[in-house]
Design a protein around this ligand. Structure first.
Ligand code: HEM
Length: 412
């Protein structure tokens, strides 16, 4: 290694440590520097490689030689599995830990419910939910977008898709909120106690609900899962754990994506002015561009492990090492997108990595897109003068999620 290489490696390492331990308010210049210095970087703080270029990430997420391993994820988080704990019995049976060939039929059970055509049928209901929330906001003339619109809408939509009555959806929310901090390295005992308690409450409720639906099925995911259980495709424990996973995976991601979209459009006022001239016509490409420009998911945990030595972009990832894709960086890679830091809702040929890719591509991508499109169109039609109110919003510190602490807007 030359001195220049060593210096570049050292600076790259400092950037990775910064991104992982003290995430900056604006990560994009840091990603850009990392892409220049060492786009496939072996992080010294874990046996994984960070990927920052569009092409490398596109290839890696589709490469089936990368595998999932639950115990390994736990090892990296500094925790061993303790099967006396409720959450430690529940988490390993999420379908996301399995590998082909078992993975494919397991995921197909959920994929059918969240298919593009199923989701299209939900659009009128999504609009009703959103209008209801906007009616309430209209009375006060202002709104906190994240809580008053996107959170309310997301909870209603996913609870409905699952078949959980709205009045009981708080149990799902409590579980999702208890779950997030368990992915932090060295999660505290308090965090683990909280997720155990939320798991027990949610599981016991879902078992009751499943019993009801066995006698009176509906057109919802839980009823479909009960059929799949009857056909021997999964156990009741798997059914419950995976229903909980699906809700949790969709909650913060979609809630904050809608917030990020509204913020990005209002900060780039010319784009909002353009959007409101033809919301129905511009929304499909617009949301793809917003997923590229400001996704709520910037990176994955190092969940993909090399099942054998794998070459990516001229670098060999040794068997057993993990890769951590920075999707947020890939989406701003100048080798893939012209002028990548500019929001342009008419941009064509956006193939976002905001939903990952390959076998594990986001299960909820169609529902998340549809919900965001519905919300943005209604906002533009009902409140064309929408504007940010009060102090400049701030981003919560986070490596994987890019989320605003709050976003208050004036409606008129
Ligand atoms: C804008 C909102 C969303 C974003 C940005 C997002 C992003 C992502 C990303 C980046 C992945 C990782 C994909 C990979 O490893 O290749 C993922 C996986 C996943 N997402 Fe989403 N997601 C969103 C909404 C949702 C919703 C609404 C649901 C559920 C209804 C959902 C359920 C899942 C599940 C279950 C997985 C794991 C899939 C697997 O490993 O096979 N997501 N999502």
């Amino acid at each position: 290694m030359t001195t220049t290489d060593a210096t570049a490696q050292q600076e790259a390492e400092q950037i990775v440590v910064k991104l992982l331990t003290q995430p900056p308010q604006d990560p994009y210049p840091w990603y850009a520097r990392l892409r220049e210095l060492d786009p496939i970087h072996r992080a010294s703080i874990g046996d994984f490689w960070t990927l920052t270029r569009y092409d490398d990430i596109s290839v890696a997420v589709k490469d089936k030689r990368f595998i999932r391993n639950f115990a390994d994820m736990r090892r990296r988080n500094g925790r061993r599995v303790d099967s006396s704990r409720p959450f430690d019995r529940h988490q390993p049976i999420w379908f996301v830990w399995s590998n082909p060939p078992e993975f494919v039929p397991k995921r197909a059970v959920y994929g059918a419910a969240f298919s593009r055509s199923n989701v299209e049928n939900l659009r009128p209901l999504m609009a009703d939910f959103a209008n209801e929330l906007l009616d309430t906001a209209e009375e006060s003339g202002q709104m906190e977008v994240v809580e008053d619109l996107s959170f309310g809408l997301t909870v209603r939509v996913i609870a409905h898709a699952l078949g959980v009555p709205r009045e009981n959806s708080q149990l799902l929310v409590d579980y999702a909120r208890a779950l997030s901090p368990t992915f932090d390295p060295l999660a505290s005992e308090e965090v683990l106690d909280r997720v155990d308690a939320a798991t027990v409450d949610l599981e016991s409720y879902l078992h009751e609900l499943i019993e009801e639906k066995r006698h009176k099925p509906g057109e919802d995911l839980l009823s479909q899962l009960i059929d799949a259980q009857r056909d021997g495709l999964l156990s009741e424990e798997e059914l419950v754990a995976n229903a909980a996973l699906v809700f949790a995976a969709g909650l913060e991601t979609t809630t904050h994506f809608i917030g990020n979209c509204v913020y990005s459009l209002l900060k780039n006022r010319d784009q909002w002015e353009l959007f409101k001239t033809d919301p129905d016509g511009l929304v499909a490409d617009g949301v793809e561009e917003l997923l590229r420009y400001q996704s709520s998911v910037q990176a994955d945990l190092p969940l993909r492990l090399a099942g054998e030595d794998i070459e990516i972009g001229g670098v060999t990832i040794p068997q057993g090492d993990g890769v951590l894709p920075f999707y947020g960086s890939a989406n701003r890679d100048p080798d893939r997108y012209e002028d990548p830091d500019r929001l342009d809702i008419t941009r064509k040929d956006v193939r976002t990595l905001g939903f990952g890719g390959g076998l594990h591509v986001c299960l909820g991508q169609f529902i998340a897109r549809a919900e965001t499109q519905v919300a943005l169109v209604l906002l533009a039609k009902r409140f064309p003068n929408l504007h940010i109110q009060g102090d400049e919003p701030t981003w919560r510190p986070g490596v994987t999620n890019r989320t605003l602490t709050s976003l208050t807007v004036g409606l008129q």
